[in-house]
Design a protein around this ligand. Structure first.
Ligand SMILES: Cc1ncc(C[n+]2csc(CCOP(=O)(O)OP(=O)(O)O)c2C)c(N)n1
Length: 663
């Protein structure tokens, strides 16, 4: 049992490390760690299950600091608890280049940080995703191997962001009882008191979303402890509304916006030392307090060992499958199954939309990769993400492999990040490419963190037709290609779609988006080639030596490129066609390969029913681009292609004009 006096000093250790680190860095956010120190101390010293020496223990409890600006809270904890990755010197180097103690807690910089937050509200989505993954794996592997809690600390800002409602409402719907959210209810954000911009009754809002709510004084350790205990018994997710004081302990700045995001200043820090009775120099923790924290860090070692024994005794198949999945390795059956499937496609040459091709590939994948966890933002019939193996996940059946996310794209993408970070599952989504805008912040974070989430993005151009310009992506491929470390695929037929899926699944350290058509497309890869040509990013679909014309195209515009080629050849212009399913992978090829693919035809053309941005890398700034320059229109898609001049005939006309008057 930790005495109140000891608790206070343990919490003060967080407070002083935080205010002193922010002071030294001359930037950062002392207020949140100071206010939330009591919550963190109770949680980490008495309830959270983890082992600093084995930070990757799969059955550890997860803790997400959604209010990432309060990163000193987590760095203080990791140092105090004895995680190897955060030393006191790292704390002294808070916010310095190359230090693991980045401004916002960045996933991958130090063990013990479960996710990267910073954009407010994302952490709530991540935590819901982790809690879903936990329930799903518990249903598959049993409580002996998977049975842990997910905790998330969210501020007023997180709750104001719209993404929070998307995540909260699905969590309530799925009755994620092992999810516990602390609301750091300090009534302060940057501009001042929350009341200047918000009057939401948060407890009522959470209750309305199916949550259990407990309201407490967030500076009272006994109240915090009993709230956690009661939350852990709930069959619904729990929101602990913890009334706290931002900058707790600072005589002048506590409770004010001045404590939020700037150093407290030497004078105020000295006054805080006096007020809290802390006599030690900056970054010095009294040995009895450091010991108490280190002992707290050892709390779960026995439990972890017992868990390891259970895993070892769970039978070879279960253990190997569990370890494989948690390590993110694909099963050996995938490659042969895909090779057989590709061979069949080359024989049958189906004429289907690539969204359908994706469903066909998924039917093969889901049969041999049990860790895929699919879903759609209420567009299942349009995205074709559901296969025969994927039953719906419900509060009564967490073993289901298909999530009806509802119309919640942003929440979906953030939850998927949480699932991927949890491990053991490979989440894939379904949505319209146009609405990638609604989940872009989470896709960007997936790319930043280097995690495997796969977004199925259908209805990828004016080719969707009658729904019109609100639904027709124009700039989206370019915008998504601009995100570093994201693979954006736009396959041209069934074969490329299968290949793109294979690359996306094999890319354990980056997210992928697969843009797919609504309209049917012919099989252009009618000959079986075992090698994954799409993995080159761009490859010769129709090769010709000494070509007068090279046409580069992606997705549905490959069909147009091939028809244009036939017409050009008939007119005596030798023409090559290069299929470009993925810009990013092409950029990674050797200079020789790239040079060979780019070639030196006098005329280079690119066709994509989107904007030109990015294509100059293939055709040069003087190349011919056949695509969109503005928004689309509502109408049958064949007419739209004609209307916007994206046809074989338009291509031939432009090429011939150029051949007559070369630049
Ligand atoms: C999406 C997003 N918008 C804006 C910000 C900038 N920002 C960082 S902290 C903050 C205020 C947050 O207030 P609160 O959650 O109450 O935190 P506290 O003041 O308690 O530290 C804002 C607007 C951000 N990090 N993310």
């Amino acid at each position: 049992m930790i005495s109140r006096e000891k608790h206070n000093r343990m919490a003060n250790a967080i407070r002083f490390l935080s205010m002193d680190a922010v002071e030294k860095a001359k930037s950062g956010h002392p207020g949140l760690p100071m206010g939330a120190a009591d919550i963190a101390t109770v949680l980490f010293s008495r309830y959270l299950r983890f082992d600093p020496k084995k930070p990757g223990w799969p059955d550890r409890d997860r803790f997400v600091l959604s209010a990432g600006h309060g990163s000193m809270l987590i760095y203080s904890l990791l140092y105090l608890l004895g995680y190897d990755d955060i030393s006191v010197d790292d704390i002294k180097n808070f916010r310095q280049l190359g230090s693991p103690t980045a401004g916002h807690p960045e996933y991958g910089h130090a063990a013990g940080i479960e996710t990267t937050t910073g954009p407010l509200g994302q952490g709530i989505g991540n935590a819901v995703g982790m809690a879903i993954a936990e329930r799903h794996l518990a249903a598959e592997f049993g409580a002996e191997l998977v049975d842990h809690y997910t905790y998330v600390l969210a501020g007023d800002g997180c709750l104001m962001e719209g993404i929070s409602q998307e995540a909260i409402s699905l969590a309530g719907h799925l009755r994620l009882g092992k999810l516990i959210l602390f609301w750091d209810n300090n009534n302060i954000s940057i501009d001042g008191p929350i009341s200047i911009a918000d009057s939401t009754d948060q407890p009522m809002r959470f209750r309305a979303s199916g949550w259990n709510v407990i309201e407490i004084d967030g500076q009272d350790p006994d109240a915090i402890a009993s709230a956690i205990e009661s939350a852990r018994k709930s069959d619904r997710p729990t929101m602990i509304a913890a009334k706290t004081t931002i900058g707790f302990g600072a005589p002048k700045k506590a409770g004010s916006k001045e404590a939020h995001g700037s150093p407290l200043g030497a004078e105020e820090i000295a006054a805080t030392r006096k007020a809290l009775g802390w006599t030690d120099e900056p970054f010095v923790i009294p040995s009895d307090i450091l010991d108490a924290w280190r002992i707290a860090g050892l709390r779960s070692v026995k439990e972890r060992k017992a868990w390891a024994d259970r895993l070892a005794n769970s039978g070879n198949d279960t253990r190997m499958d569990f370890e494989r999945r948690m390590n993110g390795e694909l099963p050996g059956g995938l490659e042969p199954a895909m090779a057989t499937y590709k061979r069949k496609l080359a024989e049958e040459k189906p004429n289907v939309a690539t969204r359908k091709a994706s469903e066909m590939a998924l039917e093969v994948i889901n049969a041999v990769v049990p860790e895929t966890l699919g879903g759609s933002a209420d567009l299942t019939g349009s995205n074709n993400t559901r296969t025969s193996q994927t039953k719906a996940m419900t509060a009564d059946n967490y073993a289901g492999r298909y999530i009806h996310y509802g119309i919640r794209e942003h929440g979906m993408a953030a939850m998927m990040n949480g699932m991927a970070l949890h491990g053991g599952v490979i989440p894939y989504s379904g949505g319209f490419l146009i609405f990638s805008d609604y989940c872009r912040p989470s896709i960007r974070l997936a790319a930043l963190m280097g995690i495997r989430v796969i977004h199925v993005l259908t209805h990828d151009s004016i080719g969707l037709g009658e729904d019109g310009p609100t639904h027709q992506p124009v700039e989206h491929m370019a915008a998504l290609r601009a995100i570093p470390n994201l693979l954006m695929f736009r396959p041209a037929d069934v074969v490329e779609t299968a290949e793109c899926w294979q690359v996306a699944l094999a890319s354990a350290n980056r997210p992928s988006g697969i843009a797919l058509t609504r309209q049917n497309l012919p099989t252009v890869r009618g000959q079986f080639i075992e090698e994954n040509l799409s993995a080159y990013g761009a490859y010769d679909l129709v090769s010709v030596s000494e070509a007068d014309v090279t046409i580069f195209a992606s997705g549905s515009e490959i069909e147009i490129a091939l028809a244009a080629r036939d017409q050009l050849e008939a007119k005596g212009h030798s023409t090559r066609v290069v299929s470009v399913p993925c810009f990013e992978l092409f950029e990674e090829q050797s200079p020789e390969y790239r040079r060979a693919i780019l070639g030196d035809s006098p005329v280079k053309v690119a066709i994509e029913a989107g904007i030109r941005q990015g294509w100059d890398a293939f055709i040069g700034s003087d190349g011919i681009f056949i695509g969109m320059t503005g928004f689309g229109a509502s109408g049958p898609y064949k007419e739209l292609y004609k209307h916007f001049g994206i046809t074989p005939e338009d291509t031939v006309t432009a090429v011939e004009a150029r051949l007559k008057t070369p630049r």
